[in-house]
Structures are given as C-alpha cells and as structure tokens.
Design a binder for this molecule. Structure first.
Ligand code: HEM
Length: 120
C-alpha cells in the first residue's frame, strides 16, 4: 500500500504530468489547422483536466503518500482517498472523451451510429 502510493508520486507524477501536458499542447498546436465542433469541445475540456489534475489529484497523491509511509490510515486518509478516486474518475472520463473526439476528428472512429453507414 505505502509502496504503491510512493510509486504514484515518483516516478508516477513525473511521467504523468508531462504526458498530459504534451497531449494538451500538441492538441492545441494541431487545432490551429483543424476546426470544428469536436475540436472546440476538446479545447474546452482541457482546462478542467489540467486544473483537476494539478489542484486536486497531485496534492491528494502527495498527501496520501506521506500518510501511508507514516502508517496513518485514519479517517482523513480514506476521506482524501475518496476525493482522489472521484477526481480521478472525472479526469479519466474527460480524457476518454478527448480520445473519442480526437479519433472522430481524424475519422478513425465513426461519427454516426452503425446503421446509418450500413449499405448492404
Ligand atoms: C488529454 C488530452 C488529450 C488526449 C488524450 C487527446 C487524444 C487525441 C487522439 C487519440 C487523437 C486522434 C489521433 C489520430 O487519430 O491520429 C487526437 C487528435 C486531435 N486532437 Fe487531441 N487529445 C487531447 C487533447 C487535445 C486538446 C487540448 C486539443 C485542442 C483543441 C486537441 C485537439 C486535437 C486535434 C485538432 C486532433 C486532430 C489531429 C489531426 O489533425 O491529425 N486534443 N487527440
């Protein structure tokens, strides 16, 4: 448990934060030449992903790691862990939507329901 929590902070966060920043940054760069509703939705999601990550998930991970290595698994620990899990689920969902819309933009994922494109 303590071991896992410490791995999330280092090297976990040192890989995760640059990776998400790179995804957001390259997306912003590509959105200069790509326009449309899907790109706009992706752009709107990114500040939430970043804020949620930096203001909620990172502090949670650091605090939980400290408490876990100190062996203090009290009510506060589980409360913060619950916040982390909820915020993590939100960010995974938002990133999943960005993947979906990204694949739709490039046409790798079909836009409409299968029945519409079925020709027979
Ligand atoms: C967590 C953040 C993000 C993830 C995981 C993500 C994921 C993806 C994926 C999987 C693709 C499809 C690539 C392909 O089919 O070759 C894509 C494409 C794209 N994304 Fe994102 N994206 C993210 C953030 C953003 C942001 C912030 C923008 C800015 C508006 C953006 C704009 C685009 C554009 C314009 C494309 C089309 C690329 C092209 O023209 O080839 N993405 N993204």
């Amino acid at each position: 448990m303590g071991q896992l929590k410490s791995l999330i902070v280092a090297p976990g966060l040192w890989i995760l934060i640059p990776a998400i920043a790179a995804a957001g940054g390259s997306g912003m760069f590509l959105s200069k030449s790509r326009k449309g509703r899907l790109v706009e939705s992706k752009k709107k999601r990114m500040p939430f992903i970043a804020a949620n990550g930096l203001l909620v998930l990172v502090p949670c991970a650091i605090v939980l790691n400290r408490w876990a290595s100190a062996g203090s698994f009290d009510t506060a620990f589980y409360a913060v862990q619950a916040i982390e899990l909820a915020a993590g689920a939100v960010n995974l969902t938002l990133m999943g939507l960005n993947v979906r819309d990204g694949l739709r933009v490039t046409g790798r994922l079909r836009h409409s329901s299968p029945s519409v494109t079925k020709t027979n």
